[in-house]
Design a protein around this ligand. Sequence first.
Ligand code: IMP
Length: 422
Amino acid sequence: MNTILVGAQWGDEGKGKIIDVLTEQADIVVRTQGGNNAGHTVYIGPKKYVLHLIPSGILRPGKVCVVGNGVVIDPVSLVGELDGLEKLGVGVTPENLQISETAHVVFPWHRELDAQREVRKGHGRIGTTKRGIGPTYGDKAARVGLRVIDLINEARFTERLRERWKENNDVLQALGAPAVDYDALHREYTAAAARLRPFVTNTVVYLHHSTQRGLNILFEGAQGTFLDIDHGTYPYVTSSNTTAGGACTGSGVPPNRMDRVVGVMKAYTTRVGEGPLPTEDAGISDLLHALGREFGATTGRPRRCGWFDAVVTRHAAMVNGIDELAITNTDGLDTVPVIKVCVGYKVGDQVLRHIPSDIEVFARCVPVYEEFPGWQSPTDGARRWEDLPVNCRHYLLSIAQMTGARLTIASVGPAREQTMLL
Ligand code: IMP
């Protein structure tokens, strides 16, 4: 069984935890897009792990993790992640981690250009994670990027690096940004390459053989549907395909080898960075932040919070082909007396039931709400579906129905045991 897991909102849906649960049934876990802009927080007992590039499956013995061709890799950051895992006593070897030789490499000028463009945009900024993701995918599309296969070949790397360094330093200089020192860069990246070399392989062939052998593969999505470069709220998006199709292009496993798509969504909505969020609500933001919830795993930024938006999740179900839904963070709503759900958008005297493609129209959308009675009791102790209050079950089933997919997982806290399989 090959499963694609995607975020059905703007990222941070709690995918890390659901991935961890689904990993139990998987032999191989694959990252297919994005870079270290993502941060998956996983709790195992009292230990908290934040992973950026390496799939969280690395924490489970016997699982193989793959960083696919669609990912952009900051080699220095990846080495830091390997070191961190080792310090925690997690063994990482070429037996359980494979890195695609055709993934693209992030360089310091990508990060600097990311930051420079944000400053220049001023109020129109995207609110990126400043990890250089956009400029790296930009170079990939412009066919001037360096790939992992170039990084690990020392002679070729030295030659191509100088070329890329020269051009990018000229650009940085024109922008008045600090130049990158060639020797220091070369030293740092060559050392990272030496550390990563044993893990680098042709992951497309490996995944193809694994599929033929009938192994179970989980494709873990990073970010969420509305950060997708094609289907998201452009330009307030990331630079990869975060939707289900990205799992195919970012791994080399074809669509007819995929068996199901699982969508993950919160029981409410959050977003980090700029861009429209029609159901944003100061009351619910304050409530969740006061509970110590909703701070970004990668940047620590407080997330913007709002009511559940069924128009958004229905669109996500459509473009991803979501078969099954996991709803997370249900316990975040435990104290709310009346819960609102957005079922349409008012624009002038029209009510829209879909997301408008024009970002300026989307920014002006006023939500039309349906109200649900809260349950006003703690749910974090629930271990079975029947343990949840009636109003809570009604709410979860209703938002799943509005989204148009079958609810199969409900989660009421960060721990593995706070997950109910329906
Ligand atoms: P970038 O991916 O750093 O270029 O950022 C582009 C947009 O995507 C910004 O709004 C970021 O806040 C958002 N973003 C990127 N990665 C994540 C993530 O893992 N979770 C949530 N938002 C993200």
